[in-house]
Design a binder for this molecule. Structure first.
Ligand SMILES: [Zn+2]
Length: 295
């Protein structure tokens, strides 16, 4: 739940079953030590964020428990956890690096719930879902996601980086179909890069059949030159295309965190390969120097 809310753009409602809403929100607000791994803009690298419980929520939770287990208590607890609230997260590396999330709750009218409680089973009116909306986040999601991008810089061309930044910015403002367009361009660009690498490696100038191949076939033909994640998930392109042509803004929005993660993993594979190659080259050079020295 915390991850979903952390990665959601502002004002995008997340629906909760009204029956369970209070329980879910109570758990979100009073479970200490919830963690998630994301970039810390202040550290400039990835960190583990840990959620802290607000003092007032801790107090309410204790009072609630006391009411349930205390002598002579029979009735249900009086707290409904359906009010607006905030969560504060701390960077594992430095407690002063904090991220604060603000939430608003849209709950069904109390009047309706009271009437339903009084009504017979067949007279109960349908209860709309409770909605939780993130209405504020600092540092902003965009800053956190753009920071993540810095970690992948080595694995991206200038153009790929530009498309990635556009994807992050558009999805942060709720334009998720547009974000799919930009992510798809990153995907295509990585594919074309691999094609060029293959042509260079084989010393040929052109590969005319390439234009006629379907994306999955192109990926299969370029396996040795592509990031592993892309080879293992060729259908990612199909999902991005579906996002561009068929899916609604909401459907794209739901898929956005996982799509972004998939593209990140793809780039991460490229970064890993580049770093491994650099390490190998460096080790070879040093080894050669050592051998020379001891000849
Ligand atoms: Zn930090």
């Amino acid at each position: 739940m915390l991850e979903v809310l952390f990665d959601a753009p502002l004002y995008q409602p997340v629906q909760l079953e009204s029956d369970a809403a209070s329980k879910v929100l109570r758990s979100l607000r009073t479970t200490g030590g919830q963690r998630l791994d994301r970039h810390c803009p202040a550290c400039g690298k990835s960190t583990t964020w840990t959620a802290a419980i607000a003092a007032e929520d801790e107090r309410t939770s204790k009072l609630e428990q006391a009411a349930v287990i205390g002598p002579g208590s029979g009735g249900p607890p009086k707290f409904n956890w359906l009010g607006d609230f905030h969560l504060r997260l701390y960077c594992a590396r430095q407690m002063l690096h904090q991220c604060t999330l603000f939430f608003a709750i849209e709950a069904p009218p109390v009047q309706l719930l009271v009437e339903n409680r009084m009504a017979n089973a067949d007279e109960k009116k349908p209860v709309p879902p409770t909605k939780i909306l993130k209405v504020g986040q600092y540092p902003s999601l965009t800053d956190i996601q753009l920071g993540t991008l810095k970690e992948y810089e080595e694995g991206m061309s200038v153009q790929q980086r530009k498309e990635f930044v556009r994807a992050i910015n558009t999805s942060a403002h709720g334009f998720n179909v547009a974000a799919c367009v930009h992510y798809r361009r990153v995907f295509e660009s990585v594919l074309f890069e691999a094609r060029d690498a293959k042509l260079r490696a084989e010393g040929t100038a052109a590969w005319p059949e390439f234009e006629k191949l379907r994306t999955a076939e192109r990926i299969a033909g370029l396996k040795e030159y592509l990031p592993q994640f892309m080879v293992e998930h060729p259908h990612l392109y199909g999902i991005l295309s579906k996002g561009v042509h068929e899916l609604s803004e909401e459907e794209c929005g739901e898929a956005m965190p996982v799509l972004r993660q998939a593209i990140e993993l793809m780039i991460q594979d490229k970064v890993d390969a580049i770093r491994r190659e650099k390490r190998r080259t460096l080790a070879s050079t040093l080894l050669a120097q050592t051998v020379d020295k001891h000849k």
